[in-house]
Design a protein around this ligand. Structure first.
Ligand SMILES: [Fe+2]
Ligand SMILES: [Fe+2]
Length: 311
């Protein structure tokens, strides 16, 4: 493990400049929430049928895109895989959001109940409640099954969400939010994609921007003020979370469900240069930020590299 001295912390403080006031940031986020919040039940047409010839997820973001297997697949099979992967990502999103809701509840447990910071956290929990219901509804609408993460990670997260430290929680939050957000930013303006999926991703991108801001500011603050053991632990736990995240990203059952050989598909995704580039580009905004605030040091960096999310 790397040793961080108090001098390092001071240097980091100097490099970051004064940390913006927590209450002020929360106030701005509350104003934005008041202006731009959506009710997906009313906002989207859940009675609509899927449109012929439209994708459920942009093909370039489908795991097998541009692999030898992809080239052998029929157009129909590709489109079917995109539909199942959209459901797999939505399932992952719900898993993350449910974890995040618990982390936020734990985060505010000891904080002043009338503060903007707590009020905003409660607003974000309400956002995530609506998102998880929206994703669940989208999976059902698409006619795909839902795709829970493998049991072992489901249980590992049960432990982590119960014991994780505040900076560890916010680092995991960003991991869950930023990469999916990057994909959704490409999805909602894409006219080749189903109208309903575009609506879901648009709502999510707008509301998620605030969540990313809140988590970044808090993590930045924590990486300066938290005790050394907590900062060290954050580096390791965040790296481990990145590894688990990349393993769970697409549930391999999707391949079987569209009639492909699971092992062959997984191997081709692993070997795909296009896929590696997509995942690293998707993670770049996050890894740059984590590097900036000192989360990507030592063991943490090695774990990030082994996750394939960092070049
Ligand atoms: Fe969300
Ligand atoms: Fe979020």
């Amino acid at each position: 493990m790397t040793t961080v001295t108090e001098r390092d912390v001071q240097l980091l403080r100097d490099a970051l400049g004064p940390l913006r006031d927590r209450e002020q940031i929360a106030e701005r986020l509350l104003e934005s929430s008041a202006k731009h919040s959506f009710d997906p039940d009313k906002e989207l047409d859940w009675e609509s049928a899927a449109e012929d010839g439209k994708w459920f997820w942009p093909p370039e973001l489908v795991s097998l895109y541009d692999t030898p297997l992809w080239r052998r697949m029929s157009e129909e099979q590709r489109s079917d895989l995109a539909r199942h992967e959209a459901a797999s990502l939505a399932s992952l999103g719900i898993w993350f959001e449910i974890i995040l809701m618990q982390l936020l509840v734990r985060h505010i447990y000891d904080k002043p109940v009338t503060s903007n910071h707590v009020r905003y956290a409660l607003t974000e929990i309400a956002d995530e409640c609506r998102h998880s219901m929206m994703f669940g509804r989208m999976i059902k609408w698409s006619g795909s099954p839902d795709y829970p993460v493998p049991r072992v990670y489901h249980n590992l997260a049960r432990v982590l969400k119960t014991i994780s430290t505040t900076p560890g929680s916010f680092a995991a939050t960003l991991l869950g939010e930023e990469i999916l957000d990057w994909m959704q930013r490409l999805t909602f303006p894409d006219e080749r994609v189903q109208t309903l999926v575009r609506g879901v991703t648009r709502i999510h991108v707008v509301e998620e921007a605030r969540h990313v801001r809140y988590a970044r500011e808090e993590l930045r603050r924590q990486m300066v003020t938290a005790p050394r053991w907590e900062r060290e632990l954050t580096r390791v736990s965040c790296g481990e979370a990145a590894r688990v995240f990349s393993v769970c990203f697409i549930n391999p059952l999707v391949y079987e469900n569209v009639g492909l050989d699971r092992r062959e598909a997984v191997a081709q995704v692993k070997a795909s240069g296009h896929r590696a580039e997509i995942m690293q580009t998707g993670a770049k905004r996050l890894t740059d930020f984590l590097d900036d605030i000192g989360v990507l040091n030592g063991v943490g960096r090695r774990l990030w590299k082994s996750s394939g999310l960092l070049a």
